[in-house]
Every structure is written in structure tokens, then in C-alpha cells.
Design a protein around this ligand. Structure first.
Ligand SMILES: [Zn+2]
Length: 368
């Protein structure tokens, strides 16, 4: 009897040890893994609209989550605020849960003041960096007055502060819950921020420090690259990040300095969306990028040729639908010819794309 009691005590001790060990393993390994797993998709519809803010260059992307939460990433150029507001009205959006400014360049935040006037914005997320331009240009405008190079940024800051929105600085790893199982994760910029002297000739650090995001919903995933170029792509690749996504918003309007071959190999997109304007002078999208995307076997959409591009998913396996506003009248795999280097500091900020680019000079007819 005594021996039996001792045996029983041992069994209880072993059981307690096993339970304790299992608890430790769960707490130490299973729980952290479980926390990194996206929640299951609710089955509601997630919509991503890559708005047509052409024919000048720009980005503006509207996300409606499965439970109706809304995110606007960028707001097009200074003259495109109305086009963005019209898109919000068309989609019955009176309130934005998040406005995300990927970086302080006019073709991304130029239209934001008008958006803030038209709808209530609850949260603003930016990279906390200024545009790094002198407040006035040395180039005189046609009216012989100095041109303010930072007006678009001053207007953005004023609109944010008078809106009463909560302001948040983007930190890698932060996840924004869009409801119903949809998550938006910040991947970049990471510190230390890229500085001017780290840039290649003509490159600029606001692009390099763009906010890069990942959107997940069930089996749907999308990488939103802002105007990030190769340097940022390579920094992302050195981090232990899951970059593989089904849809890619191509970086920097299809610039030849972005979408490097090794980055595309990591992302492995099935669908690529280029947001660019037909009047851009920078040769966006570049033929070399289109060639790399074609080699990666993606389905390609371009806002300059397809207009607004709408992507929907309910999160189920292979559930991605893409709808374009119009049929392209040109070959989408044909790049644009550059009239000046993209990202050039002075050209980018001071002149913008305010009219149709001059037609290429015709070669004079030869008489035979
Ligand atoms: Zn841009």
C-alpha cells in the first residue's frame, strides 16, 4: 500500500513536470509564433483601388477592409486632390480610418489638403521626415517671384494639424488592424534613415525613406512599395521579413532604379500594378523594369493605360479579382522614353509634370 502511494506520488510529480514543460514551450515558442500569424479571413470583401491620378505622375491607393475600415495611401499631386475626393465620394466614403503619406513629395501628398477638407480623417501615418528642400527655389517663376518648393509640404502639415487626426510615425513591424482579418504591416523605413550622401547621383532620400507596407487578408497579400528604389529593396532583403506577396504595387512608378531582379525574386508577385501618368517625363515605366516583370511572369496593369485598377478578394485560396477601368490602347509591355533622369533633385521638385511632354522630334523626310 505504502509502495503504491509512493508510485502514485511519482506519477503526479512527472505529470506536473510535463505540464510545466508544455506550458513553458507554449509560452516561449508557440505563443510568439501564433501572434505573428495573420488572423483568419472573415470572408468579407477587401478592395484595393489604385486610383487614376494621371496624366501627371502620382500615387493614390484606396483600401476598403472587409468590415468597412478605410485607408488612403497618398493623395496624388497638388492638382489631383479633387480627383481623389471624387473617388472617395463615388465609393461613399465620408471618413478615412487611416491616411498614410508614404513620403513628402508633391506627387504623393500634394492632393492631401483637399482630401482632409472633404472627409474626416481619424489617423495619419507618415515617416516623420521633411522634404529636405530649400523653402524657395533659386529658379524664378514666370511671375518673376521666387517659387516656394515646400508649399505642398506646409499645406500637408497644416491640414494634418487642423484635422484633429491622431498622428503616428511609421515604425517597421507595426500592424494596423483593418478588421475582419485584414492587416496592414509597416515594413519600411527603418532607421538609420538614408541620407543625401548615401544616394546615387540624382537619387533622393525622401524616395529611399518611403513607407513600404504589406497588406494581408487570408491568402491575399500585397506589397505597397511607395517610391522605394533598389537601395531600400536591398535593405528590406537583409531583414528577416516575409516579402513574398501575390500583388506588387511597383516601386517609384516603374523607375529603372527600382524593382531589381533579386527583389522581384523575393517578392514573387503574380500581379504587378504600375501607378504612373502618361505625361511623365522620367520614362516611367522603364522598359528595363517591364522586361524584368515580364521575366517574372506577372500579369501587368498600368494606371496610365488601364485607368483605375480595382483588386478585390474575400481571402479564400486564389481569390483575387482585378478589374481595369479601361482597355489599354497601347502595348502595356512597352516602356516610356525618358526626357530627363528620374528622381533628379531639381527637376523633380521644381518643375513637376504639368503638361504634355514635348513630342519627340520627327526625323525630317528625305527626298529620294
Ligand atoms: Zn512619386
Amino acid at each position: 500500500m505504502g509502495r503504491a502511494t509512493r508510485g502514485c506520488g511519482c506519477a503526479v510529480a512527472v505529470l506536473v513536470l510535463v505540464i510545466a514543460a508544455a506550458g513553458f514551450v507554449t509560452w516561449k515558442f508557440v505563443l510568439p509564433w501564433w501572434r505573428t500569424q495573420p488572423p483568419p479571413a472573415s470572408g468579407g470583401e477587401l478592395t484595393v483601388r489604385v486610383l487614376d491620378v494621371g496624366p501627371i505622375n502620382g500615387d493614390s491607393i484606396l483600401i476598403t477592409g472587409p468590415t468597412g475600415k478605410t485607408v488612403l495611401i497618398d493623395a496624388g499631386d497638388t492638382t489631383k486632390g479633387k480627383a481623389v475626393v471624387d473617388a472617395l465620394k463615388r465609393n461613399n466614403i465620408q471618413q478615412l480610418d487611416y491616411f498614410i503619406a508614404t513620403h513628402p513629395h508633391p506627387d504623393h501628398i500634394g492632393g492631401s489638403a483637399e482630401v482632409f477638407k472633404a472627409v474626416k480623417v481619424l489617423n495619419v501615418i507618415d515617416n516623420g521626415q521633411g522634404p529636405n528642400v530649400p523653402s524657395v527655389s533659386s529658379v524664378k517663376s514666370v511671375a518673376k517671384k521666387p517659387v516656394s518648393l515646400s508649399k505642398f509640404y506646409d499645406d500637408y502639415k497644416a491640414a494634418v494639424s487642423s484635422s484633429g487626426a491622431q498622428h503616428d510615425t511609421a515604425r517597421p513591424g507595426t500592424k494596423y488592424d483593418l478588421g475582419g482579418g485584414a492587416l496592414l504591416t509597416v515594413l519600411a523605413p527603418s532607421e538609420p534613415f538614408f541620407t543625401k550622401d548615401q544616394m546615387r547621383t540624382g537619387g533622393n532620400e525622401p524616395n529611399a525613406n518611403s513607407i513600404v507596407l504589406r497588406l494581408d487578408y487570408g491568402s491575399f497579400s500585397m506589397l505597397l512599395a511607395g517610391d522605394a528604389e533598389e537601395q531600400t529593396e536591398h535593405r528590406l532583403m537583409t531583414k528577416e521579413l516575409d516579402l513574398q506577396t501575390r500583388v506588387l504595387k511597383v516601386g517609384h512608378h516603374g523607375s529603372k532604379y527600382a524593382s531589381s531582379g533579386d527583389f522581384l525574386q523575393r517578392v514573387k508577385p503574380e500581379i504587378a500594378i504600375v501607378s504612373c501618368g502618361a505625361w511623365n517625363r522620367y520614362g516611367h515605366p522603364a522598359q528595363s523594369v517591364l522586361d524584368r516583370l515580364r521575366a517574372a511572369n506577372v500579369k501587368l496593369y498600368r494606371t496610365d493605360l488601364h485607368g483605375e485598377i480595382t483588386i478585390t478578394s474575400r481571402g479564400g485560396a486564389n481569390d483575387i479579382k482585378v478589374q481595369a477601368a479601361k482597355e489599354p490602347t497601347e502595348d502595356a509591355w512597352e516602356g516610356r522614353i525618358a526626357q530627363k533622369d528620374d528622381s533628379t533633385r531639381s527637376g523633380f521638385i521644381a518643375y513637376g509634370d504639368f503638361g504634355p511632354p514635348p513630342r519627340p522630334k520627327k526625323t525630317p523626310k528625305t527626298t529620294e
